[in-house]
Write a protein that binds this ligand. Structure first.
Ligand code: FES
Length: 122
């Protein structure tokens, strides 16, 4: 069985380190909006919640990972405006074999938000 690449969304993030914790957290808002927006789509990736990606000072954070693919952590995402672009990026990521989405092929809103990239296991 082949596992789809995953988009993990931190559900415990606040939008910035200057913001007090909100209820619901900004990250939970982002997760819920992504799930709602993607509910009727046959996506090439799965969406999963995560509790803290240890990127708490950089706003809403997500991670892309998949078998044989580089992993990426993105931060400073605005849950009110990023849904379409995040879905586009995750689909492009899922459609690669190595996880590398060229800078120019990323949605413009996500070109400068990479916090880290992590080598694949295999
Ligand atoms: S709470 Fe989201 S990265 Fe720590």
């Amino acid at each position: 069985m082949t596992t789809k690449p995953r988009l993990h969304i931190c559900t415990t993030c606040t939008a910035s380190s200057a913001d007090a914790a909100t209820d619901p957290r900004h990250g939970k808002v982002l997760f819920d909006k992504m799930v709602e927006t993607c509910a009727d789509q046959d996506l090439p990736f799965d969406i999963k919640p995560a509790q803290c990606l240890t990127n708490c000072k950089s706003g809403c954070s997500v991670a892309l990972s998949g078998s044989g693919r580089w992993g990426y952590v993105y931060g400073n995402l605005d849950p009110e405006t990023i849904i379409t672009d995040l879905c586009d990026l995750a689909a492009r990521y899922a459609n690669t074999t190595d996880g590398i989405v060229a800078w120019r092929e990323r949605p413009e809103s996500l070109r400068r938000n990479v916090i880290a990239r992590i080598p694949a296991l295999d």
